[in-house]
Design a protein around this ligand. Structure first.
Ligand SMILES: *Cc1c(COP(=O)(O)O)cnc(C)c1O
Length: 296
C-alpha cells in the first residue's frame, strides 16, 4: 500500500511511503519478504525447525519466532551476548520471541563471530538436531527473491526508490526489480564496511547508490535529534518510524530534499520496512539515558 506524505516540499517534490510495515502484525515488513521463500524451501526440504542468529533487539529474531509459530516450525535463536540470558524479562524483543516458542540460546560476543564457520554450525546441529539455517539478518538468495516483490508494476513512475540498508538483502531485491531509469538509493543504518560487495553479489545492476551520511553514529545508535524527528513526523503524518532503520532513512531523504539534492519534480518512493517492535526496547534505553522517548 502506497501512502503520499501530506507535507509540502521544495521544488514540487513528492514523497510517497510504501507501507511494508502493515504487511503482517508480527512478521514485520522486509523480514516477511525475506522469510517467505525460505519458509517454502524449509517445508520442501521437510525441515521442522528454523535456526537463526541475532542481537538483543533484532527484528529478524522477532520475525523468525513469529513465522515459526504461524507456519509450524520449532525455532532456535542464537543470541549475541551471554549476559542477556538473565535479562529476558527486561527485553521486549526476547520476551516476544520466547512467547512465540523460540528457544533462546545465548553465546558470548567472541563465539558469535564464528557463526558462519562450518565447525560452529556442526556443533549447533549436534546440540539442536537438524534445522533450516537462516543467516543473521536473514539475507540469502531466497530472501533477495522475496524482496524483489516489494516493488510492483504501479511503482514504475517513481524517479527514486529509497530504502534503509542493514545487510543489503532488501536493497538488492529492490535493485533487481526497479524499473528502467529508476534510481535506487540505500541509506545504511550502520557504518559502511563491506556492504557494497554484498549488494553487488546479489544485484549486479548499476542503477543504485548508497548515501552513507545518515547512520547517526552507527548501528542501533540514536541522537536526541533523531528521536524528536520520529515524534514530529508521527504527529504530522500518522506514520510511526523505527529508530534503527526507517527513521534514519526518512530523516536522510527529507534532509536531502531540503538541501536541493534531488532534481525538481522528483517523485520519490520511500520503503517503510517495518521494525516497530524495536521501539519498546529502545524506549527503555532512552529512559535510562534520560533522553526523550518515542511516542505513539
Ligand atoms: C532488517 C531491517 C532492514 C535492513 O534490511 P537488510 O536486508 O538487512 O538490508 C531495514 N529496515 C528494517 C525495519 C529492518 O528490520
Amino acid at each position: 500500500m502506497n501512502h503520499v506524505i501530506p507535507l509540502k516540499f521544495n521544488n514540487n517534490i513528492t514523497l510517497t511511503v510504501k507501507r511494508e510495515d502493515l504487511l503482517h502484525p508480527h512478521i514485520s515488513g522486509n523480514k516477511f519478504r525475506k522469510l517467505k521463500y525460505n519458509i517454502l524451501q524449509a517445508k520442501a526440504e521437510g525441515k521442522t525447525a528454523l535456526l537463526t542468529f541475532g542481537g538483543a533487539f533484532s527484528n529478524h529474531i522477532a520475525a523468525t519466532a513469529a513465522a515459526g509459530k504461524e507456519y509450524n516450525f520449532a525455532t532456535i535463536g542464537i543470541i549475541r551476548g551471554e549476559e542477556l540470558a538473565h535479562k529476558i524479562a527486561d527485553n521486549p524483543t526476547l520476551t516476544f520471541a520466547q512467547q512465540c516458542g523460540m528457544q533462546l540460546h545465548f553465546i558470548t560476543r567472541e563465539a558469535y563471530k564464528n557463526k558462519t564457520e562450518p565447525d560452529f554450525i556442526a556443533n549447533l546441529i549436534q546440540q539442536f538436531g537438524d534445522f533450516y539455517l537462516l543467516p543473521e539478518g536473514g539475507t540469502n538468495d531466497l530472501a533477495v527473491k522475496g524482496c524483489e516483490e516489494i516493488l510492483d508494476a504501479n511503482d514504475a513512475n517513481f524517479t527514486h526508490v529509497c530504502c534503509a540498508v542493514g545487510t543489503g538483502g532488501t536493497i538488492a531485491g529492490i535493485i533487481n526489480s526497479a524499473a528502467e531509469g529508476q534510481k535506487v538509493l540505500g541509506f545504511p543504518a550502520l557504518k559502511g564496511a563491506g556492504l557494497l560487495n554484498d549488494i553487488c553479489k546479489f544485484a549486479p545492476k548499476g542503477n543504485w547508490e548508497l548515501v552513507e551520511d545518515y547512520h547517526f553514529g552507527g548501528y542501533g545508535k540514536v541522537t536526541e535529534e533523531l528521536i524528536l524527528f520520529i515524534n514530529d513526523f508521527y504527529v504530522k503524518t500518522g506514520i510511526l518510524l523505527d529508530p534503527v532503520y526507517t527513521a534514519k532513512l526518512f530523516f536522510g531523504v527529507i534532509d536531502l530534499v531540503n538541501k536541493g539534492w534531488f532534481a525538481p519534480n522528483s517523485n520519490i518512493l520511500l520503503i517503510h520496512t517495518g521494525g516497530l517492535q524495536g521501539i519498546a526496547g529502545m524506549n527503555k534505553e532512552l529512559i535510562r539515558k534520560k533522553l526523550p522517548i518515542i511516542k505513539s
